[in-house]
Design a binder for this molecule. Structure first.
Ligand code: G6P
Length: 366
């Protein structure tokens, strides 16, 4: 993939639309010829590690936050997750049983690199999940896993995020093979859903025109809230970050159940609340949160699937219906919708989408 815009108006839009290909590249990196996520993990002594530390910044941190659910629910291995700029100052309890995992698109982010060096200095095994193969982190970590998303030019990360997720999903499945935490049948179902992701993502991208239209309503908002439970919680955080980064609209992501403990005070008639509830095992609980905000006049945008739309459509102003998929891969599908939302809102507002003010693609100072 060449680093040119092609027929797209912005690099960001091109990178969003590239995702069926880039996710496919990531999966091809980690899946063997039998479709098992086994490639690239040969150097990891799975029997040695009892705990993972995932450390990253920005969007990469949210990829790690999703992966925590995967590692714990699928491989049964506890995960601590840290923002890189906090990690080494909080004096984490590290020992030989833990594997340190840095996630970084650029492989150069100063805080993440410092955290990696801190872990090494404490004799902890280190792994870097990185896009830029020639980067410092790729070189310095004991184990390097390339996500192979190709060059990402837009400052706001899109395709690197979904490739980080795809790689981490493979990693968690590879680990589950060793821990035998989940039954084989479930693992096979999850693996199949992963291999089908490029098609599911292509299908999701067909919602582009609907999302573009709906963003006209978002672009005049003062504040936007994203709600999600379980794996959709970190996606809600990433959605808010994406919108802030490129549209400059104030946005917050919240665990749906936490909203009533404060932020609900900010809901006024017309405040947009975007509810992420696709293939959600906690759908009913999220719907009750949706009811709470809608009773206070919020303008609810519901991102869900067919079954969810049947139950909750009339409480929402707008409904985006995503293609059916396993809940295991659903965070990647929801991501496509929230990326398009942020993009089109920013375009309506006329901001510099590829190079938003005050932001850098790679932050090499602490
Ligand atoms: C910057 C970028 C973000 C990115 C973060 C981490 O803030 O603007 O898009 O998520 O750095 O970058 P990394 O290269 O470490 O993934």
């Amino acid at each position: 993939i060449q680093a040119t815009k092609g027929n797209y108006r912005h690099f960001m839009l091109k990178e969003i639309f590239e995702q069926p290909i880039t996710i496919g590249q990531t999966l091809a990196t980690f899946m063997d010829e039998f479709g098992k996520p086994a490639n690239g993990f040969e150097d990891i002594d799975f029997s040695k590690y009892k705990r993972l530390f995932i450390v990253a910044c920005g969007t990469a941190y949210y990829a790690g936050a999703v992966a925590k659910y995967w590692f714990e629910q699928v491989a049964g291995i506890p995960v601590e997750i840290d923002i890189a700029s906090e990690f080494r100052y909080r004096q984490p309890i590290l020992d030989k049983d833990c594997l340190f995992v840095a996630i970084s698109q650029s492989g150069e982010t100063a805080d993440t690199l410092a955290a990696l060096r801190y872990a090494k200095a404490h004799n902890v095994g280190t792994l870097a999940l990185v896009n830029v193969t020639t980067s410092t982190m790729a070189r310095e970590a004991d184990i390097f896993l390339p996500i192979n998303a190709g060059p990402e030019i837009g400052v706001a990360s899109t395709k690197a995020f979904t490739s980080q997720l795809a790689a981490l999903a493979c990693f968690a499945l590879a680990m589950s093979e060793h821990t035998s935490f989940k039954d084989k049948e479930t693992i096979m179902r999850f693996t199949k859903a992963l291999t089908e992701l490029p098609d599911t993502v292509s299908e999701t991208l067909r919602l582009d025109a609907q999302i573009e239209k709906l963003c006209l309503g978002l672009s005049s908002a003062k504040s936007v809230f994203y709600l999600g439970r379980d794996m959709n919680f970190p996606i809600a955080l990433e959605a808010a970050l994406k919108l802030k980064e490129i549209s400059y609209i104030h946005a917050e992501g919240y665990a749906a159940g936490e909203l009533k403990h404060g932020p609900i005070a900010l809901i006024e008639p017309g405040t947009p609340v975007i509810v992420l509830a696709a293939q959600d095992p906690l759908f009913d609980k999220t719907v009750s949160n949706l009811r709470e905000v809608s009773a206070r006049g919020a303008k609810v945008y519901l991102i869900t699937d067919k079954a969810g739309a049947k139950i909750a459509s009339e409480m929402a102003e707008e409904v985006i219906i995503l293609p059916e998929c396993e809940s295991f891969v659903s965070p990647l599908i929801v991501t496509i919708a929230i990326q398009l939302m942020a993009y089109h809102t920013a375009v309506h507002l006329g901001t510099d989408v590829d190079q938003p003010r005050n932001l850098a693609k790679s932050v090499t100072v602490e």
